[in-house]
Design a protein around this ligand. Structure first.
Ligand code: DON
Length: 328
């Protein structure tokens, strides 16, 4: 169905407005002030954006407020590493097992001596090492261009947040040096950490996250520009790891309640991918104890219920809804 019935369009706008209104009152949680610059951001903005594979956007609230992508970048860099090096080489250096521990835990799988997965810091810094080795000194520019193609606009680095994390990221430096000690990284470590700090400080909006999500949902092709941004096979592997590990030590609960591959970042963003259907982006900077946006988690739970988006929803209500009026 290519035409868009007006009555049904307002139904999705209504669901978005209702979810936003019901979760807006959540003012609990804390800013990620372990990165000093993130402790200064305005805590109240809240936006939700949904992008369809037909290239339509449905938005509510502060969907154009910029924030840093932070750990959401880990999904995209993992996808790039898979493309560049192939899944076997990547798998040899980073696992795909949920760690059940905090994102910044200084740990490895004791048997394989690899980081547990690419969504926690140890795994993402290992992936940054692979990208730095494969792409050289221009790695950040190449990565930024790819993220921009997925979002459909030229993204930029937030210099202040980058500098703030580069100056204060001692825990990540410790992880980097531990990775060096077990052979997961090669000398020198500093350019790898610099790439990691930069990738985390790329500025996006909730609208961008929805479009990046829709690009992933669309087997790597940006549904608005038609550009093939990511390789199909790499997208499959990335979605699998987002589903099992994307929300850190909340990943099991998330899979149970929300049921869509997702990734959060301490900048307050969450990206969700409803495969072959939708990309969803939320932004609200106050975080729970696990580093996930409080309102974002609540909003996603409600949206998943309201739209029937859970991957194992027995009614497949979401697919029917999307086919009938969301996707086109
Ligand atoms: O490595 C860090 O601490 C940050 N640059 C990214 C962490 C992050 O976003 C974790 N997400 N919830």
């Amino acid at each position: 169905m290519h035409a868009q019935p007006t009555g049904q369009t307002s139904a999705i706008e209504q669901i978005l407005a209702d979810v936003h209104r019901r979760t807006l009152g959540r003012r609990d949680g804390e800013l990620a002030d372990y990165i000093p610059e993130l402790g200064k951001v305005a805590p109240d903005p809240y936006g939700i954006a949904i992008a369809t594979l037909g290239g339509k956007l449905h938005c509510i609230g502060d969907v154009d407020v910029p924030f840093t992508i932070q750990s959401i970048s880990k999904a995209l860099t993992f996808c790039m590493a898979l493309e560049l090096l192939g899944r076997e080489d990547v798998f040899a250096r980073v696992g795909v097992e949920p760690s059940g521990d905090a994102f910044n835990a200084i740990e490895f799988d004791p048997v394989s001596r690899r980081p547990y997965n690419p969504m926690v810091n140890a795994g993402a810094i290992t992936v940054a090492g692979m990208l730095r080795d494969a792409l050289g000194g221009n790695a950040f520019e190449i990565l930024l261009e790819r993220f921009s193609l997925a979002a459909g606009r030229a993204l930029e680095l937030d210099e202040a947040v980058y500098r703030s994390e580069a100056a204060s990221g001692h825990r990540n430096r410790a992880i980097g040096h531990l990775l060096l000690s077990v052979g997961a990284l090669r000398e020198p470590v500093d350019p790898v950490l610099d790439l990691y700090f930069r990738q985390c400080a790329i500025q996006v909006t909730a609208r961008d996250l929805a479009l990046i999500g829709a690009t992933i949902a669309n087997m790597g092709e940006n549904p608005v520009s038609g550009t093939q941004v990511f390789d199909v096979d790499a997208v499959r592997d990335t979605l699998a790891v987002m589903f099992t590990c994307g929300m850190y030590d909340y990943s099991g609960n998330w899979a149970y309640d929300v049921g869509v591959p997702a990734k959060s970042g301490v900048g307050g963003g969450i990206i969700g991918v409803v495969n072959r259907q939708l990309g969803i982006g939320t932004f609200s900077p106050r975080l729970d104890a696990k580093g996930n946006s409080v309102r974002g988690v609540c909003g996603f739970r409600m949206l998943s219920d309201e739209l029937g988006l859970h991957a194992f929803d027995p009614t497949n209500r979401g697919s029917a809804l999307v086919d009938s009026f969301l996707a086109r």
